[in-house]
Each structure stands twice: as C-alpha cells, then as structure tokens.
Design a protein around this ligand. Structure first.
Ligand SMILES: [Zn+2]
Length: 473
C-alpha cells in the first residue's frame, strides 16, 4: 500500500499538484519540497499544459503505422522523423544509415489435425525460416518449459514438432520477460539439435487474448534452421488440454516468411546545440521501428513521442542548455538492437563526450522510480528524481535497449522506470495500438525527460568516475 501511495504522489507531483500539499504543516512541506528551479518549473508546466509527446506518437502511428525494420514502411518512418524533428525546431537533423538483413512475414496458419481437428492461432517469430510448401504435418513433442527441453537427451525428437509452453509472470519492471524469452530466442536451436522439424511456443506475454506475440529469434550457426512460431495463450492452453488426454497429437503448420537480403535502416538524429559546451552530449531516445502486427504505439512510438516531445518542451520553454541535447530515433531495434550498435560504430570518436544517455522503450505509463547507471554525479540524479517527484531506485540500469551498446563503452546512463505491469499484454501483438496510450501519461513522461535533459546539461558533473585516470597523471 505504501508503495502505491508513493507512486501515486510522485505521479501527481510531476503533473503539478503542489497546492494539494498545503494541508501539511509549513515546516514539513518546506523540508520535503524538492529544489525546483524556475527553469525546471517552466519545463514541467510547459509539458503538462501541452500534448507534445502524445501528438508525436499519434502522428507516427497514424501516418506510418507498422514499421518493420528494413521495410519500405521503416524508410517512410525515417522521412517522417526527419520532417518531425525539423518541425519541432531541432538542428543538425540527419539520418545515420546502416544495412540490416531483411526479413518479411508471409502466410501463417496452424491446426490440430488429430485427434480433435481445429484451427490454432499462431504467428511466425521474426527471423524464422519458412516451412516447406504445403506445410509441415507432424506429431507433437511437449515440453512444459524451455528448461525441460534443454534437459532432454540428444536425439529422440526426429520428425517431431516441439511445443514449448511456460508462463510469464507479471511484474511492474517486466522481470518475467528475460526468463520467458529464452524459448523464443533459442527454442528452434535446442529443438533442432535433438532432431525436431519445427517448433511452436506459448507466446511470451501476460494476456489471455487470442493474439500470438511475435519477436525476434536466433539460429545457431552449426544447427539446422527449423521454422518457429508462437501460439496465443488460449491456443497454448487448448493444445495442453488436448495433450493431457494422452493420445498422440498431430498438428499442421504453414509459415511462408522470406529473407529479403540486405536492406537499408538508419538512426535519425536531431539536436538542441549547447550554448557553452556544444561538444558535450546528453542523449534522449526511443526506437523508430516496430513489429509489423500492430502500429507500434507502446513499442515504441511512445518512446519517440516522449524523447522528441521532451526536446520540443525545452525549445517551447525558451531554454538554452549549456550542453547539447541530442534526440535519437533508433532504427532496427526489434531485430537485435542493430541501431544501437550502429550508433556506437558511427559515433565512437565522440562517445567520451556523451555525458548521460537514456531511452524510453517500456510503454507509455508514468514512471515510478529513477534508476542509475552512472559512476559519479549520483547527487545530480537524486536532484532530477526530486524535481520529478520520484524516488531513487537501488536497481542499476544500462539506460535502455539501444543504450546498452554505448553503456558497455562507458557512457553513463539513467532510466525512468515506468510501470510495465500490463505492458506484456500488448507487446508485439496486433493490439499494440494508440488507444492504449493516455495523453496525460505521455505529458508526465515528456516532463520527466525534459527535466532530466535540462538538469544534466546544466550540471557540473560528467557522471564519470575519473579517479583512475586522475591518479595515473
Ligand atoms: Zn521496444
């Protein structure tokens, strides 16, 4: 309960309920009042009085829609982002191009052939090979969890379609995703090693709707590539019930995805150039690509709206940051963080000048805590947390999926942890659409990002512990 109150208060503070605290004794109010400068106050008011972030995600999801990495739709999204960044008033707007291995979805159907003939709802995982034309019809080998498959002896699954179930736990921070995701990433390889001809998994998700969840899979180099698809949760339940009757269960699946060869992708970069230290960069970001089933609203149109919207708030407030605030819309995140890696390759020479970096890629709900990935200047992060009405967390962050690669190169990071309890109900399904986003939550997030970018640009610290290099000099 205490946790709930804390999060609720934090949210309200960020959207401005300072007056409601007037019942509390004056001294206590003064002592707890965060040090909010007039500039920070102006940023919060500008964000909460507008719909900057929401308007951007509304524009992206309406005018582009789904934007699978490497497709013409992602290319149209890049053009959209360049135009939007310029419209906001960002400078140095540019595309950082790179090439990715293209993949596109085809037909995807499945059914139980015997003993109880009926249709199943499936979707191909990203990167999967196709079934032979005419599909694959084969008996099921059932594994309740991915760990059960890993523990199975070599061989023994010749000619079988492997079914891996296993439920994902709901959690505010999405802690259930990593463990549940193992079957999606490595299920095909582990099944192929043991002789299987195809795989179906219970979707990596927390809903009970009849939409299967897609997502990227991987093949090992030295193992045969076999097709893999996800079943919706109710279809996985149904298949388990049919199996529980003890008879041999045969299913048929047809997938016709195709590899499209080298395809263009790219990151879009725009900046508010710093007035005193333009070479020093505070980076805020989201990813531009999405899966192809929904319109990529929560994943990650929201992050594009929040980061670009925050920069718009700073410009509209008329503030001139000392350091450069760089907005990045990463390409090709869903297919392996390819934009994040391409950014590191292209910007290696200036990574030492990256002062602080973060990404919004966990939906559109309001944040409930601030996580640190810095080695110095933690007091400034605490001030940012205070100014946005949020507590500091003990959890360490790498700043977000696309920030991970630069974090590993030493770039300091932070993250506003959003409440993702229901995020995986929608994630990577046709249900990832704009109606799931609340405009007021987007304004709260944009305020937090604007405050963070501003305070980091004005801070004396560069968030790096330089004591090692200092001692060698
Ligand atoms: Zn994402």
């Amino acid at each position: 309960m205490k946790h709930f109150l804390l999060a609720t208060c934090a949210t309200i503070l960020l959207v401005g309920c300072a007056n409601e605290a007037s019942d509390t004794p004056k001294e206590a109010t003064k002592a707890e009042q965060p040090a909010v400068t007039p500039e920070v106050q102006k940023l919060i008011e500008t964000a909460k009085n507008g719909s900057h972030a929401y308007d951007i995600v509304e524009s992206l999801t309406t005018e582009i829609g789904p934007r699978l990495a490497g497709t013409d739709a992602e290319a149209r999204a890049r053009d959209w982002a360049v135009a939007k960044f310029k419209e906001i008033g960002l400078e140095n707007v540019r595309v950082q191009p790179f090439t990715i291995p293209g993949w596109e979805r085809g037909e995807e159907t499945a059914s139980i052939v015997a003993p109880y003939a009926q249709q199943l709802y499936i979707t191909s995982l990203g990167g999967s090979v196709a079934t032979p034309s005419g599909g694959i019809t084969a008996p099921i080998a059932f594994f309740p969890t991915f760990e059960d498959l890993e523990a199975a002896p070599a061989g023994g699954l010749d000619g079988k379609i492997v079914f891996i179930s296993g439920r994902m736990e709901k959690a505010p921070d999405g802690a259930g995703y990593g463990p549940a995701n193992r079957k999606r990433r490595s299920g095909a390889t582990e099944a192929a090693k043991r002789g299987a001809v195809a795989v179906v998994i219970r979707s990596v998700g927390t809903d009970s709707h009849r939409f299967p969840h897609t997502g990227q899979m991987r093949y090992a180099e030295d193992t045969p590539k076999i097709p893999i698809a996800a079943l919706s949760a109710p279809d996985a339940d149904q298949l388990e019930r049919v199996l529980s009757r003890g008879e041999k269960v045969t299913i048929k699946m047809t997938l016709t995805p195709r590899v499209t060869g080298d395809r263009p992708s790219g990151n879009i970069i725009g900046e508010i150039i710093g007035s005193e230290s333009p070479e020093e960069i505070v980076l805020i970001s989201g990813h531009l690509d999405s899966w192809d089933l929904g319109t990529g609203a929560i994943d990650d149109g929201a992050g594009i709206g929040i980061s670009a919207g925050a920069s718009q708030v700073i410009l509209e407030a008329g503030l001139k940051p000392k350091r450069t605030i760089r907005v990045v819309a990463f390409g090709a995140e869903e297919v392996g963080l390819l934009g994040g890696f391409a950014y590191v390759d292209a910007n290696r020479a200036e990574l030492d000048n990256h002062v602080l970096a973060t990404e919004s890629d966990f939906g559109a709900t309001a944040p409930y805590e601030v996580q640190s990935g810095v080695s110095a200047g933690e007091d400034v992060l605490k001030q940012i947390a205070d100014a946005t009405g949020l507590p500091m967390s003990d959890v360490r962050t790498n700043g977000g999926p696309d920030i991970g690669p630069m974090s590993r190169e030493g770039v300091p990071t932070m993250r506003f942890q959003q409440d993702g309890t229901d995020y995986f109900d929608l994630h990577h399904t046709p249900d990832d659409t704009l109606d799931k986003i609340k405009p007021e939550d987007m304004a709260t997030n944009a305020a937090a990002f604007a405050v963070m970018a501003w305070m980091a640009s004005e801070a004396d610290t560069n968030f790096r512990d330089t004591s090692d290099s200092a001692s060698t000099e």
